[in-house]
Design a protein around this ligand. Structure first.
Ligand code: NDP
Length: 282
């Protein structure tokens, strides 16, 4: 008898129509023969509680949360993984065998997986531009991975100061903040440079933070998945730096979500190809 009941997963966000995660998730499901559907759901903050109750009642095995729900979702979950607890943000909820719901933050973990293909962040000095959700997730994972020093550079001082306080309280990493100047001179001893702002995201693809001092020993990463080749990364490449794009981070966090939900390590090349097919060429 055929099984007409797929495992259900989805994403709560607002707006959600342009969220392409569904494309890489369903490509992975097809490739691995997983009987599941991933559904984008437009949910307002006022409707989040009802949406979560609905998902639980309908037997969802998990869901992603994107803006604006990554913080508010926590009050609807039973337990949190380490980085979700420290950052106070969840992008992946998992129904556990005992029926309780655990929240994880896989944004930073996805970044770390990309980074580890190139270098071990332990003992390094990282400069992170931004202090929003992506920066919080990345800074937390880098600190947990033993990065010795993090410099947070943000346009608005208050979120950077709050993140520095959070990291200093919860980790052993030395954290400082710096004002975003135009251009910003990179400290010569920094070896990891991360753009975790939204600067460079399609359609403003030609925009880039102005920095000086890219050096060949630096690994330079960008969170922007679309386009993958940002102006920031191109500037770093011309200075001889090794670069990591945001598409890799996006694919890795999606793959981690699948491993939490289904217990398999999906084929990232299939997921990346699916995503690339819906993004305009860089
Ligand atoms: P937030 O809105 O939480 O934070 C945005 C950050 O960008 C803030 O630090 C903000 O500074 C800064 N910023 C925005 N505009 C400018 C500007 N013109 N000049 C300087 N700084 C600016 O967003 P998120 O952190 O959630 O997302 C940031 C980016 O990361 C998005 O583009 C998103 O697509 C990407 N992302 C990628 C993921 C991936 O897997 N590749 C995962 C998650 C996010 P200020 O505080 O001063 O406003």
């Amino acid at each position: 008898m055929p099984d007409f009941l797929p495992a259900l997963i989805g994403c709560f966000a607002q707006p959600v129509a342009e969220n392409p995660t569904v494309v890489m998730m369903e490509a992975a499901f097809r490739h691995h023969g997983i009987h599941a559907r991933y559904i984008n759901m437009e949910v307002s903050p006022a409707d989040l509680a009802a949406a979560v109750a609905g998902a639980k009642a309908q037997g969802y095995i998990g869901f992603n949360c994107s803006l604006p729900h990554k913080v508010a979702i926590i009050s609807h979950l039973d337990a949190l993984g380490d980085s979700a607890r420290i950052t106070g943000a969840v992008n992946c909820a998992i129904r556990q065998p005992d029926g309780l719901w655990r929240g994880e933050n896989t944004d930073g973990k996805g970044f770390l997986q990309s980074l580890r293909t190139t270098t071990n962040p332990a003992g390094q000095h990282a400069v992170i531009f931004g202090a929003g959700g992506a920066a919080r997730a990345i800074a937390t994972e880098l600190a947990l991975a033993g990065t010795s020093r993090i410099t947070l550079v943000n346009r608005s001082p208050a979120p950077a100061a709050a993140l520095a306080q959070l990291l200093s309280t919860n980790t052993d990493t030395t954290v400082s903040t710096a004002a975003l100047t135009d251009p910003f001179p990179l400290p010569p001893d920094a070896s990891l440079i991360v753009n975790a702002t939204s600067v460079g995201l399609f359609p403003d693809s030609s925009a880039a933070l102005a920095v000086t001092g890219f050096r060949p020993h630096m690994t330079v990463a960008d969170v922007i998945p679309n386009p993958p080749q940002t102006a920031f990364l191109k500037a770093a490449q011309s200075a001889g730096c090794h670069t990591l794009d945001g598409l890799g981070m996006l694919v890795n966090q999606g793959a981690l979500n699948i491993s939490y939900w289904f217990g398999i390590d999906p084929d990232r090349a299939i997921m990346r190809a699916a995503l690339s097919s819906v993004f305009p060429a860089a």
